[in-house]
Design a protein around this ligand. Structure first.
Ligand SMILES: [Zn+2]
Length: 92
């Protein structure tokens, strides 16, 4: 059963060691990462079993985390705001 991380900016999920039923153990950096629209999957690098599903942050989550001084969120927010200036969301 894959573990779901609902808050991308929650501390620790990257470094947490997870165990796969096949006997493999490791953290997210050692897993096979697959990027999707709304989530990023991390699978066992040995057998491909899905171990971790991380929801991508919403703009509100990025703003909240940036407001709390989260370095990565601040970097995200800078990129997002630059993109919003260059490519304003269509209205209506
Ligand atoms: Zn495995």
């Amino acid at each position: 059963m894959a573990e779901l991380v609902a808050d991308y900016f929650a501390a620790g999920w990257r470094d947490r060691t997870l165990s796969c039923p096949c006997g493999w153990q490791g953290d997210s950096r050692a897993m096979a990462m697959e990027l999707h629209d709304a989530v990023t999957d991390y699978a066992c690098s040995q057998c491909g079993n899905l171990l971790l599903i991380v929801s991508h942050p919403t703009l509100e989550q990025v703003r909240a985390a940036a407001g709390a001084g989260h370095d990565e969120a601040l970097a995200h927010l800078a990129i997002i705001e630059e993109a919003l200036v260059r490519f304003p969301p269509a209205t209506g």
